[in-house]
Design a binder for this molecule. Structure first.
Ligand SMILES: [Zn+2]
Length: 256
């Protein structure tokens, strides 16, 4: 058994590189600023291989989606022929926002919602992948937590059952990415608590809403124009009231 101590470094060397790195190597997306163009029209996916790489990262059940209402072509976003929010369009748009958006680096990031739980989660991924940029870290977080993606009727933008993402209708761009981060956090066992008779709140900032709010806060601070900053701010104001014990800065902001 003298070889045993050697196993750990060998296994570490064989650890898969990040899904972000693998997919970006196929897609070659240009880094994009968070500006109004990122919300106004869907991103261009350069190839079928790129689309497949992203859908594989999310374990998408393509057969099921092809049978879903209103979805006739899973690659309409690539063709540029869809002005609606097809289910796959929404997923591809949200995924692209994480893969290519410049959200800055984890080290330099500051914010009310960047809790120790959020930072520790991304720092664990940083140690595995060596990645510093927030978009790639978040992409690897989401795709590491979500193993399958399917479609079912649901009274929400999306939902999580174990490691399966139930896709409904994501908001566009980085706002959809924030929902994906929210759902990924649920897969770590953090569920909502009741408020106003509905199970839509979190006890504190370490839950799914806190992680979603962190993405909106990063988007606001990285935004290249006022429109995007205001959209992110609106999301922050809408969602933070559902965190029962929010961070101090959020309470102050709300009472302004
Ligand atoms: Zn939730």
């Amino acid at each position: 058994m003298r070889t045993l101590p050697l196993l750990a470094p060998v296994l570490a060397a064989c650890a898969p590189e990040s899904r972000w790195a693998q997919t970006q190597a196929i897609c070659g997306f240009e880094a994009s600023a968070l500006d109004v163009a990122a919300f106004a029209s869907p991103p261009r996916y350069p190839s079928r291989a790129c689309v497949d790489a992203v859908l594989d990262d999310f374990g998408l059940d393509r057969g099921l989606l092809l049978d879903a209402d209103g979805l006739t072509d899973p690659y309409t976003l690539v063709e540029g022929s869809s002005d609606g929010q097809g289910l796959i369009d929404g997923l591809l748009w949200s995924a692209h926002a994480l893969i290519a958006s410049d959200l800055g680096t984890l080290d330099a990031a500051t914010g009310i919602w960047l809790t120790d739980a959020f930072r520790t989660t991304l720092d664990d991924i940083h140690r595995t992948t060596g990645q510093d940029a927030l978009g790639p870290l978040l992409y690897d977080y989401v795709t590491g937590r979500i193993h399958h993606t399917t479609v079912e009727p649901l009274d929400a933008a999306a939902g999580m059952r174990g490691r399966t993402l139930v896709l409904v209708d994501l908001p566009v761009g980085i706002a959809g990415s924030a929902v994906l981060v929210h759902e990924a956090r649920h897969s770590e066992g953090l569920q909502h608590v009741a408020c106003g008779g509905r199970m839509i709140c979190d006890p504190d900032a370490t839950g799914a809403l806190g992680f979603e709010l962190a993405v909106h806060e990063l988007a606001r601070d990285a935004a290249d124009d006022r429109v995007i900053a205001e959209i992110a701010e609106t999301w922050l104001e809408t969602l933070e009231v559902r965190v029962l014990s929010p961070p101090v800065g959020a309470v102050r902001r709300r009472s302004r």
